[in-house]
Ligand binder design. Structure first.
Ligand SMILES: Cc1cc2nc3c(=O)[nH]c(=O)nc-3n(C[C@H](O)[C@H](O)[C@H](O)COP(=O)(O)OP(=O)(O)OC[C@H]3O[C@@H](n4cnc5c(N)ncnc54)[C@H](O)[C@@H]3O)c2cc1C
Length: 588
């Protein structure tokens, strides 16, 4: 079949368009529909298989069911302090106050969280939380939340189109009026016209070679779409590395090995047989915080004390097989299935893996508006809540609370607009943005994605420095140049080339935003570690902002000071300070 270079499309109209059918997108759509407006949801992965299904451990809400001393104030303090003061205090307050009602709601809708004997929700410890406040469904909390949201959305007849790849937001005079997408099986294009658009496209951690995300997800699409639309990104240098990802087989390198392995007694050992955490946190050892253990693993490997496959050993073979199968059944199965390794007999090999994007689109703390009218963002794609570190269990709370809020805001906006903006020119440009890729070339997108993964791992990994970042930025620029020569062909029922090229385009711009921000922040803070600036800097309380210069199409970087805490928030921190004691508490 000849190349499909055209400007044909079908048109779909709704009041609100939601891009992304993970937890944030579905929760937003439900709110719009409950308010009586028309909503349409798009996704590039099957609705039952969005990234949210991977969330295992739980969702936070300060009910105080197990530890009655817990309070929203303590949840606020834990989140703000672990974010090293970069999180938006108003946004954190909203999350801490509102998560109990949203967790209760999703449980009542069918998530069926674990209960105590008195019928209230059970709560477990998660890393760096002062009290037990994480509600859960076994080790499949994300799956049960997503299934529940899908069921609710279906009961409300919300249309979910999960083969649609969104390539551009439609903007006229700083107002968003829809998006362009193509069908991943037929290449047919659709122009979605809407009063308001909510971006819920997740993060960008798949752009690292080792990542806890799967193929074809978390390629930073939301950052690409929003930068092109004129939005700002913040805190892109703040990327959380989980200490233990699988190393082999290559196809699933980075897949998470839950912290519960360490929680249940797993020891980290280098190639000299040393239990090396003694040199990094002699008190908490393997139960130290996520960023510290990740850094320790990284240093051991970088300094030549790693395993033959480039990791460190994680050993739980001193425990009985029965104990292991009872406590960490999925990890026992994971290694048996993928490596034929019986972890009750031999140690695992693990290495840090890119896990969570703390940064993202700049949004207002409550309504999650972006700087473009009619455009909202929620979930992992949005920045502001986590600052320099994310507490486990806070992101599932975030997607429900701020998904709902973005839904409410979009409804209010849709109801009050007087005239709908349309622009033929913007639609023509969106076609051209696809057509420009459809040509024969000498490069292929997949190897370039692979190359980018290596560059990110080598130059923007757990610990960075100026020289390496500068070299990495140069290498990413070269990959960007190669995009012009990528061979992209469309055949019947095969749009993979087009999917790959857009994934690559988004990945490259996300990589640039991340590296430039990391270069700009000359200190070490939370998940951002610089070997040339190992200390926390008093003047580091700013957020790095990235914007696409619409004239030269380069990324501009700037700093925005974080406002000091108001009196009320300061009081909360002072009151709760003495209670914080994480000693002996399980990390996940
Ligand atoms: C292994 C693992 C364990 C985790 N465990 C926990 C936990 O226990 N507790 C916790 O709070 N958090 C946990 N997290 C984090 C949490 O799962 C995520 O932050 C959260 O699910 C993100 O949800 P989201 O709705 O923002 O995005 P996602 O679930 O990533 O959904 C994004 C959606 O956008 C769509 N999309 C993206 N780009 C496009 C495009 N161009 N066109 C159309 N659609 C597009 C995708 O197809 C998808 O439907 C974990 C993460 C991992 C990887």
């Amino acid at each position: 079949m000849s190349q499909i270079i055209n400007s044909n499309h079908t048109t779909q109209i709704s009041n609100v368009l939601v891009i992304g059918c993970g937890g944030a997108g579905l929760r937003a759509a439900i709110e719009v529909k409950l308010a009586g407006l028309q909503v349409s949801v798009l996704g590039k992965r099957a609705r039952t298989d969005s990234h949210t299904v991977l969330a295992a451990g739980g969702i936070n809400a300060a009910f105080g069911n197990v530890d009655p001393e817990d309070s929203w104030e303590q949840h606020f303090a834990d989140t703000y302090l672990e974010g090293y003061g970069l999180g938006d205090s108003y946004q954190i307050e909203i999350m801490a106050k509102e998560s109990p009602s949203l967790v209760k709601e999703i449980d009542e809708w069918g998530a069926n969280f674990a209960k105590l004997q008195n019928g209230t929700l059970d709560q477990r410890f998660f890393g760096a939380h002062t009290f037990r406040r994480t509600c859960y469904s076994g080790d499949y909390t994300g799956l049960s939340i997503l299934k529940t949201l899908i069921k609710k959305a279906e009961s409300l007849n919300i249309p979910i189109h999960d083969t649609q790849y969104v390539t551009e937001l439609l903007i006229k005079d700083q107002v968003c009026f829809g998006a362009m997408s193509f069908d991943q099986y037929s290449a047919e294009r659709t122009v979605h016209l809407a009063d308001a658009v909510i971006l819920c496209t997740g993060g960008h951690t798949r752009i690292w070679k080792k990542s806890s995300s799967r193929k074809n997800e978390n390629t930073g699409d939301g950052y690409y779409l929003s930068l092109k639309a004129g939005c700002e990104l913040r805190d892109m240098e703040m990327v959380q590395f989980h200490p233990s990802g699988m190393l082999l087989p290559e196809e699933i390198a980075g897949t998470l090995v839950t912290e519960a392995v360490r929680g249940e007694g797993g020891k980290l050992i280098n190639n000299k047989g040393e239990r090396f955490m003694i040199n990094y946190d002699s008190e908490r050892m393997e139960l130290s915080t996520r960023d510290r253990v990740a850094m320790a693993n990284y240093i051991e490997i970088a300094e030549g004390r790693g395993t033959p496959n480039g990791g460190v050993y994680l050993d739980i073979s001193h425990k009985s097989k029965e104990f292991i199968i009872q406590k960490i059944p999925s990890i026992y199965r994971q290694f048996l299935d993928s490596q034929m390794l019986d972890i009750s007999k031999e140690p695992m090999e693990v290495a840090p893996t890119a896990h969570y994007s703390m940064g993202g689109v700049v949004v207002s703390p409550e309504h999650h508006c972006t700087s473009i009218r009619g455009l909202y963002a929620a979930g992992e794609v949005a920045g502001g809540l986590h600052g320099a570190n994310r507490l486990g269990g806070n992101s599932l709370a975030e997607i429900l609370i701020f998904g709902k809020k973005a839904g409410i805001s979009s409804v209010a906006y849709s109801k009050q607009i007087k005239a709908q903006i349309r622009s033929e020119e913007a639609i023509r440009n969106a076609h051209e943005n696809i057509n420009k890729f459809l040509s024969k070339g000498t490069e292929l997108a997949k190897p370039l994605k692979h190359k980018l993964g290596n560059v990110m791992w080598e130059h923007c990994g757990v610990i960075k420095d100026k020289k390496s970042l500068e070299l990495g930025i140069k290498k990413v620029k070269e990959i960007k140049e190669s995009i012009k020569n990528v061979d992209v062909r469309l055949h019947y029922q095969n749009c993979d080339d087009l999917v790959q090229i857009f994934d690559l385009e988004s990945s490259v711009i996300s990589a640039q935003a991340t590296m430039l921000s990391a270069l700009n922040r000359e200190e070490s803070r939370g998940s951002h570690q610089r070997s040339d600036y190992p200390e926390l800097n008093d003047s580091g309380k700013y957020s790095c902002r990235v914007k696409l210069n619409q004239y030269n199409l380069e990324l501009d970087i700037s700093k925005k000071d974080i406002s000091p805490l108001n009196h009320h928030h300061k009081n909360i921190i002072n009151k709760t300070k003495d209670i914080r004691d994480f000693k002996g508490k399980l990390l996940e």
